[in-house]
Design a protein around this ligand. Structure first.
Ligand code: FAD
Length: 381
């Protein structure tokens, strides 16, 4: 029997590591990822200001997976019903049970001129491109950067840019203006109200010009047209939303709390729109993706056991249901941070230390202790 995990981000790695111990020894496990490493996407904005963070947040999959066969290939298309994927190497991969964990792509919503002119932030190479362009702007004496979208990535990259400008000896906002534009009325719109308020304060304290309730309608060379009037820009970063991977035709299929997409295939992390055991939509986040991996692995394990025990003709076994329950939320805003732990919201040193501890704790939990030490050094020293 063969089990496959497509994608080795938070959802995929979490699923695969659990399956390594959960599956009976006779079952083959394959992990396909379009690169040899697991990258902590939720920290890539850090590399805009501190390129050395890239090493700390990149972990070779061979270091953290033991039993699984890792295939470094791009998934071109997926047939979740049949349990089959076409890979860019020309191979076809089939599975009895599988997990679709391909993450997401940046959504441009068909806004005229946007994708051609904006840099997204989903990868370390995006972070490097944003840095290069921003440093050129700093060297030229300053200018205006517009960041579109005030979710977790937009908030955090805006914070990094103001801090980087100050490190280069420029004044914010006099020399460098960072404008954060958000269509909804709040920054971090999907999060609790006290967290949203604290994030907004942290941004404005650091000189970010926050413009909520402002919709980007069109982008031209040097100009963003919004429903609140035009905005000039020298650099444009777009973090305004996500869509599904090309391999699923841009689709993020909806799954219920057992995360089962078809008889054979589960979908989790950013790759799916999951509705949890309480009927609540699960926010696209690293914290949810990691925890969904536990549910998906357990459910694949139950189906495999059921089939290997010769019960395949009977009803399916009862599957675990995912309930979205994270201890809190953490964002960095330059050298500041906001942490929500239960009902409490923290800012300042305590929040920053929490953010680093959680990042390093995650790395330790996947067995990347050396990376954890490096991350702590980069962030705190
Ligand atoms: C700048 C930034 C800051 C963020 N900050 C936070 C935060 O503070 N807290 C938080 O909880 N979340 C945060 N997020 C969101 C979080 O990173 C995502 O929700 C999370 O990465 C989703 O995990 P995933 O496993 O579904 O996808 P990913 O982590 O994106 O993993 C997908 C994996 O699949 C691989 N892959 C993709 N397509 C293919 C293909 N076709 N073939 C083969 N392999 C493929 C990728 O290489 C990757 O390894 C942030 C995101 C960004 C961009």
């Amino acid at each position: 029997m063969h089990v496959a995990v497509l994608g080795a981000g938070y959802a995929g790695l979490s699923t695969a590591r659990r399956l390594e111990s959960r599956l009976p020894p006779e079952v083959d496990l394959t992990v396909v990822n379009d690169g040899p490493d697991h990258v902590l996407v939720h920290e890539v904005h850090r590399a805009v200001r501190r390129p050395a963070v890239a090493d700390a947040i990149t972990i070779p999959l061979s270091d953290v997976l033991d039993r699984a066969t890792v295939v470094d290939a791009r998934v071109e298309s997926v047939d979740a019903e049949a349990g089959r994927a076409d890979l860019d190497a020309g191979e076809t991969l089939s599975w009895e049970y599988g997990a679709l964990c391909l993450g997401s792509e940046t959504a441009y919503y068909g806004i005229d001129g946007l994708s051609e002119r904006a840099t997204p932030l989903k990868s370390l190479s995006d972070a490097a491109a944003i840095r290069e362009r921003f440093l050129a702007l700093c060297d030229a004496g300053g200018g205006q950067v517009v960041v579109g979208g005030a979710g977790l990535s937009g908030v955090q990259v805006a914070g990094e840019l103001t801090a980087l400008a100050e490190e280069r000896g420029l004044a914010v906002p006099d020399d460098i203006e960072v404008v954060l534009v958000e269509q909804l009325e709040e920054v971090a719109p999907n999060f609790p109200a006290n967290f949203r308020r604290a994030v907004r304060e942290e941004l404005t304290d650091r000189g970010v010009d926050v413009r909520t309730g402002t919709t980007v309608e069109r982008v031209t060379d040097g100009g963003v047209e919004t429903d609140a009037g035009p905005l000039a820009y020298d650099q444009l970063v777009w973090t305004g939303g996500i869509t599904g991977d090309d391999a699923t035709g841009g689709d993020r299929p909806t799954v219920r709390a057992d995360l089962r997409l078809t008889d054979r295939t589960f979908a989790l992390g950013d790759a799916a729109r999951a509705v949890d055991a309480d009927g609540e939509p699960v926010p696209a986040s690293a914290s949810a993706a990691i925890r969904m991996g536990k549910t998906a692995a357990e459910n694949v394990g139950r189906l495999v056991d059921h089939e290997l025990n010769g019960s395949a003709d009977e009803f399916d076994p009862r599957l675990e249901r995912y309930r979205f329950d994270v201890p809190g939320w953490l964002v960095s805003v330059g050298d500041g941070a906001v942490a929500q732990i239960g009902p409490t919201v923290l800012r300042g040193t305590a929040a920053r230390a929490s953010k680093t501890t959680v990042g390093a704790g995650y790395l330790t939990s996947v067995g990347a202790v050396h990376n954890a030490v490096n991350l702590a050094e980069e962030e705190l020293l």
